[in-house]
Design a protein around this ligand. Structure first.
Ligand code: TMP
Length: 210
């Protein structure tokens, strides 16, 4: 695929606080004249949003869950991500394949080789240009989750699950250092925004060079 726009993904365990920062980054880019498509997984298309309801509520076989996550992703790539990048727009996705590795792999212990096979099938040539991993200690994430709304199927999982999820996120960040940036999300919002401003500036310098 010829790609003109940039693809940025936001990741982190539930309660890491990434959602607060997505709107900030999208708005900052838009103010600099970039057309930004904000999307999410599971979701991103009408079919994906229908499957999201099922994925977040229904209990199912682990492999069914992994397959459905990648089915949602296939549709999302075809309908939203690739067309936007080809137009030269930027795509910000609240989660992408790293979440499958972290949750179905690290959390639920599906062998990573199965996830790699699905990734090769669904997007052999597409990877994010930048992945922001919002990282917090498990206790902080739990406290934030418990203070919020009704919890979905994943948010109800226990410490062991999130320990595995966080460890796999961090392992992937170490494996792909060129695209991952780890953001210490236990800090106050203004401090995190300073990091984000720096990253946005870096991205835009890269743009001018191209
Ligand atoms: P969200 O609450 O951040 O929108 O994410 C929905 C949940 O789906 C979250 O608990 C993480 C989970 N998830 C997976 O387990 N695998 C995936 O591939 C994706 C994209 C999300």
């Amino acid at each position: 695929m010829q790609k003109a726009g940039k693809f940025i993904t936001f990741e982190g365990i539930d309660g890491a606080g990434k959602s607060t920062h997505i709107a900030y980054v999208a708005q900052a880019l838009q103010q600099r004249g970039i057309t930004v498509i904000s999307s999410r997984e599971p979701g991103g298309t009408p079919l994906g949003e229908s499957l999201r309801q099922i994925l977040l509520q229904e209990k199912m076989h682990l492999e069914t869950e992994a397959l459905l996550m990648f089915a949602v992703r296939r549709e999302h790539i075809a309908q939203v991500i690739e067309p936007a990048l080809q137009r030269g727009d930027w795509v910000i996705s609240d989660r992408f394949s790293d979440a499958s590795f972290a949750y179905q792999g690290g959390g639920r212990k599906l062998p990573l080789a199965k996830l790699e096979a699905l990734e090769q099938w669904v997007h052999p040539h597409l990877q994010p240009d930048l992945t922001l991993l919002f990282d917090v200690p498990l206790a902080v994430a739990r406290e934030r989750l418990d203070a919020t709304r009704t919890l979905d199927k994943f948010e109800q999982e226990q410490t062991d699950f999130f320990a595995g999820t966080r460890a796999e996120y961090l392992r992937r960040a170490a494996q792909f250092p060129q695209r991952f940036r780890i953001i210490d999300s236990s800090r106050a919002i203004p401090e995190i925004r300073k990091d984000l401003d720096g990253l946005i500036a870096e991205l835009l310098v890269g743009e001018q060079d191209e």
